[in-house]
Ligand binder design. Structure first.
Ligand code: SF4
Ligand code: SF4
Length: 444
């Protein structure tokens, strides 16, 4: 029997709204707004100008340095503007706005079929870098960086198929419908990392995905001498957090302030390895992704393959529109996602979900002072003291939060806020403290 991690919670998963909805290909939007910051690291710089005619897959913004990522257009059309526009995480961001001309042809230079047998690990990393692949689980770390751990000797790749956030079913559908591509992508990733041991971790509330992935791994990876286990994990939030997955699957503990590579492991999301496969086998850049559009205020919740740059408003319209005024719009899942004040926000590479939640679905209410009940401590999977983060944010004592309470170990899972009877905004306090730490460091 698998060991579980400490703490964690069991929120209502609300996945049945979309779990049986096959991935639907969205129509070409009339306009896309493509943000130049869709990844962790330096913002990409535009290489097109207003009036340029572009074709799907064409590079429109160049990465700036190692920790950065290229950006390509998701539609054919004309660049009508390059300006600041609404952004789901940063408020505003420089974006390339492209109006569709109705065509849907890939730009020159995309092979759509390639013999992969002659490619070395280094060739594959170059392709992944040039085609703008980033982590699709939400963190959007440039994938080529994760695939080059330097001097560190790795031994294990973990694929994250747990999708523990309520409502989201995009990864579940990917595993059911594209299991072979996931297996191919995993094989490629193991080749780059030069590891022979792999795990695919899937929560045990998705037994069909476990069956599909076991079969695909058997058919595609066994002959290469890879030792890959598809493991049904106990359903508990936040099972999909990297540190939890590593602990449960390998028994190894990532040290405080450390990275998975410190324990010889790399974790990738199942959608990311599909993007790696499409890039390497077909030369396709990351210009679309599967998004769950769900919540009680959506008329017909769906999983859709959407072009990067499609607005939330267009995506909601593809689902029949809204049935009522939502109490809250969220980009991502309800636990770790970002609340939005408008649907005029573009889908980015890291957008796993769009939720339009009704009053009944939102864990809101008046915020009261802490009653020192200790529930947040019990729920915290990282063994932190969450109540202190809120207390210290109130006093702007972010350095104390960092140095005395291990602020940077917080994975922002939201378990503490979820269980707090006083409805304290602990995750917001954590994010505020972290931002203050970054600005203080930049001032030095
Ligand atoms: S303090 Fe951070 S890691 Fe702990 S429960 Fe809260 S959000 Fe999760
Ligand atoms: S759960 Fe809320 S009320 Fe209870 S100790 Fe934590 S912050 Fe205070």
């Amino acid at each position: 029997m698998l060991k579980t991690f400490r703490g964690g919670i069991h929120p209502k998963d609300s996945k049945t709204l979309t779990s049986n909805c096959p991935i639907e290909i969205a129509p070409i939007p009339q306009k896309v707004i493509i943000p130049l910051r869709q990844h962790i690291g330096a913002m990409a710089t535009p290489v097109v100008k207003r009036g340029d005619i572009v074709k799907k897959g064409q590079l429109i913004a160049q990465n700036q340095g190692f920790v950065s990522s290229n950006i390509h257009t998701s539609i054919c059309g004309i660049v009508v503007d390059i300006c600041d526009y609404n952004h789901g995480t940063f408020g505003k961001c420089l974006s390339v706005i492209i109006e569709s001309n109705g065509e849907d042809e890939w730009c020159e230079g995309i092979p759509l079929e390639r013999d992969m047998s002659a490619l070395s690990g280094k060739d594959i990393v170059k392709i992944v870098q040039s085609l703008g692949i980033v982590g699709l689980g939400g963190a959007t770390f440039p994938t080529h960086v994760k695939l080059q751990p330097g001097e560190v000797k790795l031994d294990t790749l973990i694929l994250n198929g747990s999708e523990c956030e309520p409502y989201l079913t995009a990864d579940y559908r990917i595993m059911l419908e594209w299991a072979e591509k996931v297996a191919e992508g995993m094989k490629l990733t193991m080749k780059i990392l030069n590891v022979k041991k792999g795990y695919i971790g899937i929560e045990d509330n998705k037994p069909e995905a476990v069956v599909e992935m076991k079969e695909a791994i058997e058919n595609i990876c066994k002959a290469d001498g890879l030792n890959i286990e598809v493991v049904a994990l106990p359903t508990k939030y936040p099972q999909g957090a990297e540190k939890m997955l590593i602990k449960v699957l390998t028994g190894r503990e990532v040290p405080s302030g450390g990275l998975p590579t410190d324990v010889k492991v790399v974790v990738q999301n199942v959608g990311t390895v599909v993007a790696i496969y499409d890039a390497v086998a077909k030369g396709i850049p990351l210009v679309e992704r599967v998004v769950t559009i769900s919540g009680g205020a959506i008329k017909e919740p769906k999983n859709m393959l959407l072009r990067v740059g499609t607005t939330f408003a267009d995506a909601v319209n593809y689902c029949g529109g809204l049935t009522s005024e939502p109490k809250k719009i969220v980009m991502g899942g309800p636990m770790m996602g970002f609340a939005q004040y408008t649907l005029d926000i573009p889908i980015a590479k890291g957008t796993s979900g769009i939720l339009a939640l009704t009053e009944k679905e939102v864990n809101s209410g008046t915020v009261y002072p802490c009653i020192r009940c200790g529930r947040c401590l019990e729920a915290c999977p990282m063994g932190l003291v969450p109540s202190m983060f809120a207390n210290l944010a109130d006093k702007d004592a972010f350095l104390e939060a960092k140095e005395d309470y291990n602020l940077l170990d917080c994975v922002e899972c939201g378990s503490c806020s979820y269980v707090c009877p006083s409805k304290r905004k602990i995750v917001q306090a954590v994010r505020y403290n972290k931002l203050q730490c970054v600005s203080a460091a930049n001032k030095k």
